[in-house]
Design a protein around this ligand. Structure first.
Ligand SMILES: Nc1nc2c(ncn2[C@@H]2O[C@H](COP(=O)(O)OP(=O)(O)OP(=O)(O)O)[C@@H](O)[C@H]2O)c(=O)[nH]1
Length: 516
C-alpha cells in the first residue's frame, strides 16, 4: 500500500501524502479493520486536470489525536473550537403517579353514620364528562429546545459545559387516599439552550435536525418523559364495581410500573456554526480585511501588523445607503471578516480551511488584496486557488476586488496596471450560480457525513470538471482604496452595494448569469 495518511483534523477528512511527497485531500468513506477507504478529491499541484474519483485502501501512518478542549486551549486557540461542539442533552423524566385507596376503604365498617357523610362530601372526586373518575398524573418531564439567539457569537461555551439536563416532572403528591384535593404533578419547564444564529443542529453521527439560520428559530431536540398514571387499589371483591368508574384499577403488583414516569430522551448532538453573512471578506493575512470591516461598519475587530490577527470571523453590519433617504436602501447587509488564507490553507496550513465553510451562506465575496506587496496579482491568484481547492462553487460566486493600501506609493503607482491585470483574469462566458437557498443548504447538510464539510467532494456535482482560475467569472469590479486613510471608501461602498443589489434582484442576477 503506497499511501500514507497524515494529520487528520477530523476523522472523516484527511491529508494524504504520497511517497513522492505530493499531497492531496481525501475523505474517508468507511473505516475497515485494516485500513481506510478513501477517495481522491483533487490534486494539490498543477496537474489537477487528471483528477479522478476513486476508492483506495490505505494504511494509517500517523493519526494525531484531535485537539483537547481544556480551558487553556480554549483561550489560546479559540479558532479551533468556536464553530463546532458536541453536547449531550437529556430531557426530564416524567413524574410518578400514585397508588391510591378509596377513602371509605380505610375508614372501615366501624365508621359512624356522621363520619361517613363527611367523607362522602369531601370525596367529590374529579370526574370526566362520562362520569368516570379522573385520577391525577405525574408531571411531564422538561423538553429540551435549542434556539438561535442573536446575543450569541460562538459555540465556545459548549466546550466548557457539554451536558444539559432538563428537570423532571413533579410526582403526584399523595398520602395514599384518593381525594378531590389531588392534583397532577407539576410539569417541568422546557430547558431552552441558546446558540448563535446560523447553527446547524445534527444528531451526533446522524441526521440533520435543523438549520437555525434566523433569530428565534428553534428545534425540539429531546422530548420529556410522560408522567406516570395513578392507580386505585381495591380488594378483589369490590373491583368490579370500581371498574365501572375507572379503568385505572390495580389488578396485580406488575401494574405498579404504570405509576412510574417515563424517562426523558437523551441525545448527543453536533452543533456546527455556519456564520450568516451577506458578504464575505477574503484575502491573504495582513491585506487589511479587518481594517476594512472597521472602516465601514461599527465592528471593532483586532487589527495589527502581523498575520493571523483575526482568529475567528468578525461580523459587522453595513448600514443602508443614506443617498436613498428614508427608504434606507435595502442593501443593509452583514459582512464577515474571515481569518487570512495562505497557500495550502485547504490542507490545513496557517489557520486552515475550517473558516472557508463560513463563506457557504454569503452572496457576495469581497477579495481584499494588499496592492503594496511584491506581487499582488500572485497574491490574488493564491487566494483564488485556495478557494477553488476548497470548493469550486466559491469561484462562481459574484465578487469584487479591493486593491488596498493605495496610500503607499508602491501601490498607488501601479494601481491602473494592477486593475487591468486582475480584470483580465477570468472568463466572461462563465455563469454565476444562483444563490444557495436555505433549502439547498439543508439538503446538502443532511447528505453530509459527520464532521465532513458541506463542500466536501461527495456532494459536489459528479460531472464537475476541473477548471482553471481563468475559467471562472471575472470580478464585478476592481476598486483601489486605502481603508486605513479613508481614501475612496465611498467608491468601494458603491461597488459593494451595487453588487449586492445585483445578487438580490432576480432580474439582475439573471443578467449576471448570462453575462457574456
Ligand atoms: N498603509 C496602510 N496600511 C493598512 C491599510 N489597511 C490596513 N493596513 C494595515 O495593515 C495591517 C494589517 O491589517 P488588518 O486589517 O489586521 O489585516 P487582515 O487582513 O485583517 O489580517 P489578518 O487578521 O491576518 O487576516 C495593519 O497594520 C493595518 O494598519 C491601508 O489602507 N494602508
Amino acid at each position: 500500500m503506497p499511501w500514507l495518511i497524515s494529520a487528520p483534523s477530523s476523522p472523516s477528512y484527511l491529508s494524504v501524502r504520497l511517497h513522492n511527497n505530493t499531497f492531496f485531500s481525501a475523505r474517508v468513506f468507511s473505516e475497515r479493520s485494516r485500513g481506510l477507504l478513501i477517495y481522491r478529491r483533487s490534486q494539490h499541484k498543477s496537474n489537477s486536470k487528471n483528477c479522478a474519483y476513486y476508492t483506495v485502501k490505505c494504511q494509517i501512518a500517523r493519526v494525531n489525536e484531535g485537539p483537547s478542549s481544556s480551558p487553556a486551549t480554549l483561550i489560546n486557540e479559540p479558532h479551533k473550537y468556536f464553530d463546532q461542539a458536541i453536547i449531550t442533552v437529556r430531557a426530564g423524566d416524567g413524574g410518578h403517579g400514585a397508588i391510591l385507596n378509596m377513602p371509605n376503604q380505610r375508614a372501615g365498617k366501624s365508621q359512624g353514620k356522621h363520619e361517613k357523610e363527611k367523607t362522602r362530601r369531601k370525596s367529590l372526586y374529579k370526574r370526566d364528562f362520562d362520569g368516570s373518575l379522573i385520577l391525577p398524573m405525574g408531571g411531564h418531564g422538561g423538553d429540551v429546545v435549542i434556539y438561535a439567539d442573536e446575543g450569541k457569537d460562538t459555540l465556545l461555551e459548549f466546550h466548557k459545559k457539554g451536558r444539559y439536563n432538563a428537570k423532571r416532572g413533579g410526582n403526584v403528591d399523595a398520602m395514599g387516599v384518593l381525594t378531590s384535593q389531588l392534583h397532577n404533578g407539576l410539569a417541568a419547564p422546557t430547558l431552552r439552550i441558546p446558540v448563535p444564529v446560523g447553527t446547524v443542529v445534527k444528531r451526533k453521527r446522524g441526521k440533520l435536525l435543523a438549520d437555525l439560520s434566523h433569530p428565534g428559530d428553534e428545534v425540539l431536540v429531546a422530548r420529556g418523559g410522560q408522567g406516570g398514571i395513578s392507580l386505585v387499589e381495591m380488594p378483589e371483591h369490590r373491583r368490579k364495581k370500581l371498574m365501572a368508574l375507572t379503568t385505572n384499577v390495580m389488578r396485580d403488583d406488575s401494574d405498579k410500573v404504570l405509576v412510574l414516569g417515563q424517562p426523558g430522551e437523551e441525545v448527543s448532538l453536533e452543533l456546527i456554526l455556519r456564520i450568516v453573512a451577506d458578504v464575505g471578506l477574503v484575502g491573504l493575512p495582513n491585506a487589511g480585511k479587518s481594517t476594512l470591516l472597521a472602516a465601514i461598519t461599527l465592528a471593532k475587530p483586532d487589527i495589527a501588523d502581523y498575520p493571523f490577527t483575526t482568529l475567528m470571523p468578525n461580523l459587522g453590519r453595513l448600514d443602508g445607503d443614506p443617498s436613498l433617504g428614508a427608504r434606507m436602501y435595502s442593501s443593509e447587509a452583514t459582512l464577515a471578516d474571515l481569518p487570512g488564507l495562505i497557500e495550502g490553507a485547504h490542507l490545513g496550513k496557517g489557520l486552515g480551511r475550517n473558516f472557508l465553510r463560513h463563506l457557504r451562506r454569503t452572496r457576495l465575496l469581497v477579495h481584499v488584496v494588499d496592492a503594496a506587496t511584491d506581487n499582488p496579482v500572485n497574491d490574488y491568484r493564491t487566494v483564488k486557488e485556495e478557494l477553488r481547492m476548497y470548493n469550486p462553487d466559491y469561484l462562481e460566486r459574484p465578487f469584487i476586488v479591493v486593491l488596498n493600501k493605495i496610500d503607499l506609493p508602491e501601490a498607488r503607482d501601479r494601481l491602473s496596471s494592477l486593475t487591468e491585470k486582475i480584470m483580465r483574469i477570468g472568463s466572461d462566458g462563465a455563469s454565476s450560480k444562483p444563490e444557495m437557498s436555505s433549502d439547498n443548504v439543508l439538503q446538502l447538510l443532511s447528505s453530509e457525513a459527520p464532521h465532513a464539510d458541506v463542500s466536501s467532494p461527495g456532494i459536489q456535482s459528479k460531472d464537475e470538471k476541473e477548471k482553471e482560475i481563468e475559467d471562472y467569472p471575472r470580478p464585478l469590479a476592481v476598486v483601489g482604496v486605502s481603508v486605513l486613510k479613508g481614501v475612496r471608501i465611498n467608491e468601494m461602498l458603491k461597488e459593494i452595494r451595487a453588487a449586492l443589489k445585483k445578487c438580490r434582484d432576480p432580474d439582475e442576477a439573471l443578467k449576471l448569469g448570462a453575462r457574456s
